[in-house]
Design a protein around this ligand. Structure first.
Ligand SMILES: Nc1ncnc2c1ncn2[C@@H]1O[C@H](COP(=O)(O)OP(=O)(O)OP(=O)(O)O)[C@@H](O)[C@H]1O
Length: 253
């Protein structure tokens, strides 16, 4: 791989490897479907996992998969072309998430959240069909931190995401190996190697989630004052002290 000696890529790879070890994300014989949206995060995850796989002392398989949600203009061919350049194959699954959203989206429900749920369902079914026991997603440290803050500020619960979670269907384990990787490193990597980012081509593309965007700005602002901020929040997520909280199911008062 032409970027394998780049210190930035090595840092991303090292952080990914550390998370794999800390949370026991990958085991001998795993068949791991890896969700490739065409965004910077999942491309970076794929390159990091593939580089680690080649040197790993255990054997596992990576199966890159893309859900085409059916929005006209989605360039799965661009994603496929990029993977081919790296000798990787891509399974593209055509779905009608678009049609289902048009029919079933109720007023007040977020378009993007509904679409994400449908895509996730399609990813699970595809992983099933491909006999994969795990599904890897491209969430990174900033996604974890933003989700933690969103849940506290707007939902009223203390939760982020798990780096390893058995899906509700009980069959797949979802893994998020980039939990230690900062988004800024992913952005720099994506720009430096001109990864061919494609958007989902939906009517909401580029508008994003405003509340999440606000959390991102807040974290950036505070991190400018305190460079250890992200590391501190990461530590906090791994060091829960129920004695100093109010949860009556965790502690008798
Ligand atoms: N259409 C899709 N096909 C396959 N996997 C997907 C798809 N959409 C999302 N995913 C997976 O879910 C993860 C989180 O999705 P989300 O929509 O939040 O994208 P994101 O955080 O912007 O990441 P990316 O930069 O990879 O698009 C992605 O990183 C990817 O692994």
């Amino acid at each position: 791989m032409f970027f394998s000696n780049d210190p930035l890529f090595r840092r991303i790879k090292r952080s990914t490897g550390r998370a794999i070890g800390d949370f026991n994300l990958i085991e001998e014989g795993d068949r791991i479907a890896i969700g490739i949206s065409g965004g910077k995060d999942s491309y970076t995850l794929l390159h990091a996992l593939e580089a680690l796989r080649r040197k790993a002392p255990i054997r596992y398989e990576l199966i890159p998969v893309t859900i085409d949600a059916g929005f006209p203009g989605f360039r799965s061919d661009v994603i496929k072309g990029h993977l081919q350049e790296h000798n990787l194959d891509l399974q593209v699954e055509m779905t009608d998430c678009h049609g289902i959203i048009e029919q079933k989206l109720r007023p007040g429900t977020s378009f993007c959240a509904f679409c994400a749920r449908l895509r996730r369902g399609a990813l699970y079914s595809l992983a099933d069909r491909l006999n994969c026991n795990k599904l890897a997603l491209g969430h990174h440290l900033d996604d974890f931190i933003e989700t933690l803050l969103l849940n506290q500020f707007y939902i009223g619960r203390l939760a982020a995401m798990s780096p390893k979670l058995l899906a509700d269907n009980g069959r797949h384990t979802v893994i998020r190996p980039m939990v230690y990787v900062e988004e800024s490193d992913i952005s720099s990597f994506s720009q430096r190697y001109e990864l061919p980012v494609v958007d989902c081509s939906c009517p909401m593309a580029g508008q994003g989630d405003l509340k999440r965007q606000r959390m991102k700005e807040l974290v950036n602002e505070l991190a400018a004052e305190n460079p250890h901020l992200r590391g501190s929040i990461l530590h906090a997520m791994g060091r829960v002290e129920p004695r100093h909280l109010l949860d009556r199911t965790l502690k008798q008062f």
